[in-house]
Design a protein around this ligand. Sequence first.
Ligand SMILES: *Cc1c(COP(=O)(O)O)cnc(C)c1O
Length: 420
Amino acid sequence: MRTDANLTTERPTFVTHLECSQTSERYEADIVHGLSRVGRPLLVRYDLQGVAGALTKATLAERPRDMWRWRELLPVRKIADIVSLGECETPLVNLPRLGKRHGARAPIVKDEGRLPTGSFKARGLVMAVSMAKAFGTQRIAMPTNGNAGAAMAAYCAQAGIEAFVFAPDDTPEINLREVALQGAKVWRVNGLIGDCGAIVGAGKLPMGWFDLSTLKEPYRIEGKKTMGLELVEQLDWHVPDVIFYPTGGGTGLIGMWKAFAELEAIGLIGPERPRMVAVQASGCAPIVRAFEAGERHATKWEDASTVAAGIRVPAAIGDFLILDAVRESGGFAIAVGDPAIMAARDRIAREDGLLLCPEGAATAAAWETAVDTGLVDETDRCVLFNCATGLKYDMPRADAFVDRHAPMDWESLGRGGAVD
Ligand SMILES: *Cc1c(COP(=O)(O)O)cnc(C)c1O
């Protein structure tokens, strides 16, 4: 149980019910839910009038800068159910060199790599696992491209819940080791994330586990929503002009869109919204294809392949929620190739000193294209989401060597070249 000042006092909670994201059918709060009757994600609803009375700029100003400062807009009712590893507020980092290169206002990175387990999956999973703990769940399973499994494993370890993780066999090695070391049982599967999801679904009955797949339970969205809440407060209660989001299952994009509506309902912002941009890799771009075709649902992307493993999601169950938010916001969906992703990662590390993950680099590459082609204005305030620490991913080798016994060739050292 947490002991910090933020969480020591009991407080009122405001969840009223859950609602089907497609039919608006009402579901009771405080019992276990998966998908709605029509197989769509459920959304958590709050007594927003009540929240408005309890959550003001003044109360927020007095609270620690972590994600629990938003507790009135979160679903966990009892403090004792919260499993926490220190979910800090993540910083906004400017990329002035990148901005200058394109003659545009420096884009701002929200660096989610600072969160526990090194990715923004911590926001969703701390919420989902805390709720599972509240419901007395004993076994949980999920398919993952890496980071979600790592976050789930960590929080399940703390909650004392047994965790089962299934990942594509080419998932970054470090993620699988991290999952295993954090106490979960993990398997590599010869397929993609959807194939892993099928195993989780099939195992529900024989294994008695709860399915924590993206959007198949209602609370990961609520955790991811805090990105939007936090961002607006950090920008002094303004929304940015444009948000570039690396879109796999879309939890974060859907969550932030919900956050802005809730902030408006409680009077902390007006009707203004950022343009939401769904960024995908050209080797797996089902949302981009559906956006361009004017469809409300996406069809499955065959033979999905990209270095940005976190957005290699051939079919997303919340596709229509992503597409609705992108369209309502006046945004767009855009695909970028792996070479552009890696070039952006390398250049931003070298010139601006920020090491992005490939998925975060995809948002930077998309921003570059968008600025160059006039999809966004040079003066727009653009926020890019770096969803994980760049340290978890492959980096180019650095093999330069100095023989300390040989005479030094200082000139060659200055050029960064080989010393021999
Ligand atoms: C999961 C993940 C994404 C995609 O996030 P969604 O909200 O599921 O679309 C992007 N990047 C990284 C590094 C991830 O782990």
